[in-house]
Design a protein around this ligand. Structure first.
Ligand code: FMN
Ligand code: FE2
Ligand code: FE2
Length: 396
């Protein structure tokens, strides 16, 4: 059997999902996703950290069996979202003497989702409590709203390793290796921006509190529930997470537009050209009818400039752009330099509605350009003017 050793006493026992199209029914998975689970082998006792998604429990149980794991003392549950808790009933059935370890909220959720009502099954833990596995111990660090209320992390001091739940996770199934040392990671780093912006972004301040707690313990391995174990790139992953959680945008501008007949699209092209001519090098343009919401959110969160355009559609913002605008608001994005634009034919509405949304988020607004029907020299001049103001804010 192939055993994925992470350290002397910790093995990887997660599974890959290369069949699900949309994670949470929303987010595309072009490279799949992994559901990570880990075994911690102490001299006296064995703990399993999290399980896997319900549809993948067969491979999961098979991998435990093939690794010769015939006894597990503790099942630690760091996060109850069913992509990790789906295997709980099967694990409890296969290992009837097991104790499930979680905080009060976790245990309530297990009872609610899986109807495992016997209190003798549970060991309830709180901040900084530990359990002893013999030569090593596990300490629980409460990290609520990362990204559910019950989320916690499990720290192994002896191995300088922490099981982090979804924090530091990313889309992308694992392609043979588990620890980042053994793989080329650019795919996973890209997928981390998408994962964070899609799933975690609303909870930046909770992520920052968790990072503060982590800064007081020595860590060499971050073991998330999705994607690689971070070891050689640990500092980089912590920094990406800190930056995203602080809404500190990178140098770059995301232009997102909708267009039915190409008129608003022409405005988007002119905005891109105007920014490029003023020296902005990193520009990402998305047609909202074509790019996934997932990718657009990743760029919108990552870069400090954001320009949004839409034709007026039954007095409203064109639906795919409207969806994006509400997704940005739902994530409480901060610190953006913004502008808006769009076409109309008889009564404009969309651009003002976009601008109102951006204003409600306290972004720095460089202005709006509204175009009746099609491009004119005046519209071109207005775009240049707003681009000029945008660049002044961007470079200040
Ligand atoms: C279903 C539909 C609804 C529309 N609703 C409005 C509207 O409420 N007000 C308006 O001024 N134009 C409306 N329009 C016209 C478009 O906003 C206008 O033609 C615009 O130039 C289209 O931009 P595009 O070429 O980028 O698609 C509507 C067009 C369609 C197809
Ligand atoms: Fe989750
Ligand atoms: Fe997850």
């Amino acid at each position: 059997m192939f055993i994925h050793k992470i350290t002397d006493s910790i093995d990887y026992v997660g599974v890959n999902d290369r069949t699900t199209e949309l994670f949470e029914g929303l987010w595309p998975l072009p490279y799949g996703i992994s559901y990570n689970s880990y075994i911690v082998k102490g001299s006296e006792k064995i703990a399993l950290i999290d399980t896997v998604e319900l549809g993948h429990t067969r491979e999961f149980m098979e991998s435990l069996r093939l690794q010769g794991i015939d006894k597990i003392d503790y099942l630690i549950i760091n996060h109850m979202e069913p992509d990790h808790s789906g295997g709980i009933p099967l694990v409890v059935t296969a290992f009837p003497d097991i104790k499930i370890v979680g905080n009060k909220k976790t245990i309530d959720m297990i009872k609610g989702f899986y109807h495992l009502m016997n209190d003798y099954l549970y060991v309830e833990v709180a901040e900084n409590q530990t359990i002893d596995l013999g030569n090593i111990s596990l300490k629980f660090i409460m990290t609520p709203m990362l990204h559910w209320p019950e989320t916690m992390m499990t720290y192994c001091e002896e191995e300088k390793l922490i099981f982090t739940g979804d924090a530091f996770g990313c889309y992308g199934a694992l392609n043979g290796g588990v620890v980042d040392d053994s793989m080329e990671c650019s795919l996973y780093i890209n997928e981390m921006y998408r994962y964070y912006s899609n799933i975690v972004a609303k909870y930046g301040k909770f992520v920052l509190s968790a990072l503060k707690k982590l800064s007081s313990v020595e860590i060499e391995y971050l073991c998330p529930t999705h994607g690689p174990v971070w070891h050689s790139r640990l500092a980089e992953v912590l920094e990406i997470t800190r930056r995203l959680a602080s809404y500190e945008g990178e140098d770059g501008v995301t232009i997102i537009y909708g267009s039915m007949y190409g008129n608003t699209a022409e405005m988007a092209e002119l905005f891109a050209i105007s920014l490029s001519r003023r020296g902005i090098k990193n520009i990402r343009v998305h047609n909202a009818s074509k790019s996934s919401l997932s990718e657009m959110l990743a760029d919108a969160l990552r870069y400090k400039g954001l320009i949004i355009g839409s034709p007026t559609y039954n007095t409203e913002i064109y639906p795919p752009v409207s969806h994006l605008v509400s997704a940005i608001r739902a994530r409480d994005m901060k610190n953006k330099i913004v502008a808006s634009f769009g076409g109309y034919t008889w009564a404009p509405g969309a651009t003002k509605k976009i601008a109102d949304n951006l204003e409600a988020m306290n972004f720095q607004d460089a202005g709006s350009v509204i175009m009746k029907q099609s491009l004119t020299e005046e519209v071109e001049n207005n775009i240049s003017e707003v681009a000029e103001k945008f660049c002044a804010l961007f470079n200040s």
